[in-house]
Design a protein around this ligand. Structure first.
Ligand code: PBG
Length: 340
């Protein structure tokens, strides 16, 4: 397809592609993509404890106290990271069948947003909208007779988005995959005067085994048990359907869209960007991080090099940015003037 536009190339030995790889300076000069700090969104985990706690399945990542989350946000801001995404590890005692803690204006997320917003000036705060950190069954929506209820869940998600917006959240990111939730959230936000609050829809979110370590981090794996999310998250076999999901979310008012997970779905990133030309993000999820960071911890891979290479792949696939647990590593490297 693209071949039509390529000039005819002379053959070897006239053509020697290695000429443009001879030295660092020429490689930099002809590089097609660049990874910069502006491409990064840093997801962090917060818990209601005074000390940080490591997450064994995510080497190098910790659940942070609110105070440490504020310090992390300040460091991210100083390094130039444009936005952070907050995820709560909810006290198991607060988890219920209906996940009502999600709509408590004093919940961990709302308190964290207020604290971070009070301490920073130029960093965006993104909050997930979904019930799974708050439900005793670990699902993203309300559950009745084994079914995740769509239309009953949507108003709860709107209320969850509203408590987050009132706390000062800049980007509402619905990750629940209920149908119609983007439109309902947009209406709810606008009704309360939150016209400026952005929506980044987890538009093409797959039912993925790569979320395992995240569920450890927020403590929802025990709740979900042997259950899975295949009645609402997408089937990994499908690509065309991702385009339909994204089209719906855009029609419902999404400002930005996301593909998740990232690396196993680079084809989807590419297709979404080509089809819609909207700000498009990928989530390099916990399992992707665990593979790379875990192997690096054993000395099998070079952590910063594989982080860099994996993130550059998202740029090549057309993404405007990436949610990545490597964000701080990469931002520090960039601040030191290092690339990979
Ligand atoms: C919640 C949510 C999940 C992730 C982000 N938001 C888990 C899930 O859907 O089970 C996963 C992120 C990651 O694995 O890093 N709905």
């Amino acid at each position: 397809m693209t071949q039509d536009f390529l000039p005819q190339q002379p053959a070897f030995p006239t053509s020697r592609p290695r000429r443009l790889r001879r030295a660092d300076w020429i490689r930099r000069l002809v590089a097609e993509q660049r990874l910069g700090v502006d491409d990064l969104i840093w997801p962090i985990f917060i818990h209601d404890e005074t000390k940080n706690a490591p997450i064994p399945s995510m080497p190098g990542v910790e659940r942070l106290s609110i105070d440490h989350a504020v310090a992390a946000a300040k460091e991210a801001q100083q390094l130039g990271i444009p936005a952070i995404a907050l995820f709560p590890a909810t006290d198991p005692k607060l988890k219920t069948d209906t996940g009502k803690e999600a709509t408590n204006p004093e919940n961990l997320i709302c308190r964290s947003v207020r604290a971070i917003k009070a301490a920073t000036k130029n960093i965006g705060v993104l909050c997930d909208v979904a019930l799974d950190p708050y439900t005793s069954h670990g699902h993203d929506g309300l559950l009745r007779n084994g079914e995740i209820l769509n239309d009953e869940t949507v108003p709860v998600l709107v209320e969850q988005a509203l408590v987050q917006a009132r706390a000062g959240c800049d980007i509402i990111a619905p990750s629940d995959m209920m149908d119609g939730r983007v439109a309902a959230i947009r209406q709810g936000l606008d009704r309360e005067g939150f016209q400026h609050v952005q929506i980044m829809a987890y538009a093409a979110k797959y039912a993925s085994a790569f979320y395992g370590p995240f569920r450890d981090a927020v403590g929802s794996s025990v709740n979900l048990g042997a259950g899975d999310k295949r009645t609402y998250q997408m089937n990994s076999a499908n690509g065309d359907e991702a385009l339909r999901e994204v089209a719906l979310d855009i029609a419902e008012g999404a400002d930005m869209v996301m593909v998740k997970p990232g690396m196993p779905y680079l084809d989807i990133c590419w297709r979404v960007k080509q089809a819609f030309r909207l700000p498009t993000f990928a989530y390099q999820v916990s399992g992707e991080y665990a593979m790379l960071a875990g192997a690096a911890e054993r000395g099998w891979l070079d952590r910063t090099k594989v982080a860099w290479e994996s993130l550059l792949a998202f740029k090549r696939a057309g993404c405007d940015g990436v949610l990545t647990y490597f964000a701080l590593d990469v931002a520090r490297m960039l601040a030191d003037g290092r690339q990979s």
